[in-house]
Write a protein that binds this ligand. Structure first.
Ligand SMILES: [Zn+2]
Length: 287
């Protein structure tokens, strides 16, 4: 059993490097990711296939595309589908790490954050002396896009919630929220997989997307049923929305806040991360 941090107040990095390889959801290409300790706060991306390029610290300003995944523009390179890996790092309490990648897209693995959590369990985590400089809100912050919105309220801990509404009866209306800690993340959120609608699969394939998508790495909904049951949780889709929200917030570091997203999307989540990044820096509380 791994001892995860008890909460998000400390600073943590990896004990030993760890590597995973797999297919990217949209490109269908094989890619390798190596995770290792960083001496500097934040998540830093470098390239296994271009070691001469400097490492980039991730920030919401790098978001270049949010159609179905969060893609970043990092100097001359693009990196797609970062959200599940970032959710695993931030969710387990990691506050600083180097992410070295070959290729243009983080592998989807099983469509959840669980394989990344298992990689981090294998690597082990080390506590660092400095407290984590989490974003602290002084007033509510809301971003919206049509009828969708995401709001962050001041709070001592981290509480995440999401609601979704689909006409497909198998999904329907779902609402889920939880007090997030590394342990509740690992048990309640990390295993929730990506989902899609059968009606959209052909259209997305024709548009050159989801080339690496299959019934092994995404739940596919077909009206009243799922093509590939069983689900890991009755409300697995909305739990996955919380996973995506967490991964997008990790671009700025986890806030001390209650965050709720109604019909969230990567565009909405990354707008909230950008708004949080614009707040004045927090002064870590003593002790
Ligand atoms: Zn996702």
């Amino acid at each position: 059993m791994v001892q995860w941090p008890v909460d998000y107040t400390g600073a943590w990095t990896l004990q030993t490097p760890v590597e995973r390889r797999g297919v990217g959801l949209h490109s269908g290409q094989q890619a390798t990711v190596r995770l290792q300790a960083s001496e500097r706060p934040g998540f830093w991306v470098g390239w296994l296939d271009a070691p001469e390029l400097p490492l980039c610290r991730l920030a919401p300003g790098q978001v270049s595309d949010t159609q179905l995944c969060t893609a970043l523009r990092l100097g001359p390179r693009r990196l797609a589908t970062v959200e599940h890996l970032l959710a695993a790092l931030a969710g387990t309490g990691v506050t600083q790490a180097e992410i070295l990648v070959s290729g243009e897209e983080v592998p989807l693995l099983d469509g959840s954050a669980l394989p990344w959590v298992e990689a981090l369990a294998e690597a082990g985590l080390t506590a660092l002396p400095a407290p984590s400089a989490g974003v602290v809100l002084k007033a509510p912050l809301t971003v919206s896009d049509g009828s969708s919105f995401a709001t962050a309220l001041p709070y001592a801990g981290l509480r995440l919630g999401a609601a979704i509404e689909f006409t497909d009866a198998a999904i329907g209306r779902q609402l889920f929220s939880l007090e997030l800690t590394p342990c509740t993340f690992v048990d309640e959120i990390a295993p929730a997989r990506t989902f899609g609608l059968r009606s959209q699969v052909d259209q997305l394939r024709a548009a050159g997307l989801i080339q690496g998508g299959c019934l092994e790495n995404a739940l596919v909904c077909d009206g009243e049923t799922w093509l590939n049951p069983p689900l890991r949780f009755a409300e697995e889709p909305v739990r996955h929305k919380i996973l995506d929200l967490l991964g997008d917030l990790a671009l700025v570091g986890l806030p001390r806040a209650q965050v709720f997203a109604y019909r969230g999307s990567h565009g909405l989540h990354t707008s909230l991360a950008a708004a949080l990044a614009d707040l004045p820096p927090a002064i870590p509380s003593p002790g």
